[in-house]
Design a protein around this ligand. Structure first.
Ligand SMILES: Nc1ncnc2c1ncn2[C@@H]1O[C@H](COP(=O)(O)OP(=O)(O)OP(=O)(O)O)[C@@H](O)[C@H]1O
Ligand SMILES: [Mg+2]
Length: 360
C-alpha cells in the first residue's frame, strides 16, 4: 500500500486562479520524491495541501490508508520544512527541536534522547545551547530539519529547503540530506526548481507545469525518455537542442532531413517514425560527437566556447538558433573554427510536432 495517495487533488484560489489543476500520485514507503518545475507551477500549493495548510478544492488525500483531506495539520502526522527555516530565534537549538515533542507531552528523558539523536544526525549535536542567531544559514537549516525529523513523521515535506544557502553549501547539504534519508528512511517529498538537485536526490521525480504533472519517473526515465519537449528542455545542462526535421524515405532508408544536415536512421527508429512526415528532433549536448575529420552529419562554425573543466560547452549557430554541444576539453577550439559533429544515434529523442509528446 502506498504511504500517500493523491487522488485528483486541485486547488483554486479566490474562485479564480488554479494553483493545482488535478494531481494524482502514489508515494511508496521510504521513497524520496522530488517535485520539480518552474516558478508558479504549483509545487508549494501541492505541499501545503498535503500538510493541511491549504484547503483542497477538489480530490482527496490519503495517508496510510486514511482520508486526511479535511483533517487539521496537527492531526496528520506530517512534518514540513520551509524555505525560510521558520525556527524560533528566541529559543535555543535544543528548545527549537524539543518544542513539538513537549506539546506531545512525551517524557523528558525521551525528549532528550530524541533531540540528541536527530541533532547528531544533522551534525549540530554540539550546538544545542546556542541560539539560531549565533549560527550560519546552513546550521540554521539543519535545526529546521532536526526539528521536523524529531517528531518521526509519517511523511516529511521539504519546500525548497536549500534555496537560502550559497551554491557550494547547497551541493554539500543535498548530499547530506540524501545520507540522512538513507538513515531515517522517512518517506519524503522535496520541492525544488533546480533540475540537477532533483536528478541527484530523487528516487522518482514529479515534473510539474501549469499546475499539472507532466511526467513521473526515475532520474533515468526523465532524462533518457523525456515525456515531451518541455521535459527534454528542462532536464539536463545545457538542455536538449531541438530541430524541426522532415522524415523521408531514400533508397529504402528513413532519413531525418534538415536544412543543415541529413541523418539516416536504423531499423528501430525508422519503425518508431512510420507514418510521420515532420517531427521535432531532440539531441542532448552530450550526444553530439566531434568528428575530427570534418565530415560528420552536421557542419557548422564555433560561435562561443565555455570551458567547464573536463568538458567545454561549444555553442554553434544553426538556422538562427543557438545549439549547445559538449566537447572534451582536450580539443582546442576557438570562435570561428569550422567544426563537425555526428549524433549518438542511440539517444535521439523524437517528438510529435503538434502535441509535443514523445514518439515512442
Ligand atoms: N495565496 C494565493 N492566492 C492566489 N494565488 C496564489 C496563492 N498562492 C499561490 N497562488 C498562485 O498559484 C500558482 C502556483 O503557486 P505556487 O506557489 O504553488 O508555485 P510554486 O511552484 O511553488 O512556485 P515557486 O517555484 O515560485 O515557489 C501561481 O500561479 C500562484 O500565483
Ligand atoms: Mg514554491
Amino acid at each position: 500500500m502506498p504511504v500517500l495517495e493523491l487522488k485528483d487533488i486541485a486547488k483554486q484560489y479566490n474562485k479564480r486562479v488554479w494553483g493545482v489543476q488535478g494531481m494524482s500520485l502514489d508515494v511508496e514507503d521510504k521513497e524520496f520524491i522530488v517535485f520539480l518545475g518552474p516558478s508558479g507551477c504549483g509545487k508549494t500549493t501541492c505541499m501545503r495541501m498535503i500538510a493541511g495548510l491549504e484547503e483542497t478544492t477538489r480530490g482527496s488525500i490519503i495517508l496510510q490508508g486514511k482520508d486526511i483531506t479535511d483533517l487539521p495539520p496537527r492531526d496528520r502526522g506530517i512534518s514540513m520544512v520551509f524555505q525560510n527555516y521558520a525556527i524560533w530565534p528566541h529559543m535555543t537549538v535544543y528548545d527549537n527541536i524539543a518544542f513539538a515533542l513537549k506539546l506531545k507531552k512525551l517524557p523528558s528523558s525521551e525528549i532528550k534522547s530524541r533531540v540528541e539523536e536527530v541533532a547528531d544526525m544533522v551534525k549540530i549535536g554540539t550546538m544545542l545551547s546556542r541560539f539560531p542567531g549565533q549560527m550560519s544559514g546552513g546550521q540554521q537549516q539543519r535545526v529546521a530539519l532536526a526539528r521536523a525529523l524529531a517528531v518521526r513523521p509519517k511523511l516529511f515535506l521539504m519546500d525548497e529547503p536549500l534555496s537560502n544557502l550559497d551554491a557550494k553549501l547547497r551541493v554539500i547539504m543535498r548530499t547530506e540530506l540524501k545520507a540522512i534519508h538513507q538513515r531515517t528512511e522517512a518517506t519524503s517529498i522535496f520541492v525544488t526548481h533546480d533540475q540537477s538537485e532533483a536528478m541527484s536526490m530523487a528516487d522518482r521525480i514529479v515534473i510539474m507545469k501549469d499546475g499539472e504533472i507532466v511526467q513521473v519517473g526515475t532520474p533515468e526515465d526523465v532524462y533518457f525518455r523525456s515525456a515531451d519537449i518541455f521535459v527534454a528542455g528542462f532536464i539536463g545542462t545545457p538542455p536538449t537542442n531541438f530541430f524541426y526535421v522532415d522524415v523521408k524515405k531514400e533508397n529504402g532508408c528513413t532519413i531525418l532531413d534538415h536544412e543543415f544536415f541529413k541523418a539516416e536512421l536504423g531499423k528501430e527508429d525508422s519503425d518508431r517514425l512510420s507514418g510521420y512526415e515532420e517531427i521535432v528532433l531532440g539531441v542532448r549536448p552530450e550526444d553530439f560527437i566531434l568528428n575530427k575529420e570534418g565530415n560528420g552529419i552536421l557542419k557548422s562554425q564555433v560561435l562561443v566556447v565555455e570551458p567547464q573543466g573536463a568538458h567545454q560547452v561549444v555553442a554553434l549557430e544553426v538556422e538562427g538558433n543557438i545549439i549547445k554541444t559538449l566537447v572534451p576539453s582536450d580539443h582546442s577550439l576557438r570562435p570561428g573554427d569550422n567544426i563537425s559533429f555526428d549524433f549518438d544515434m542511440r539517444h535521439l529523442h523524437f517528438f510529435d510536432k503538434q502535441t509535443e509528446k514523445r514518439i515512442s
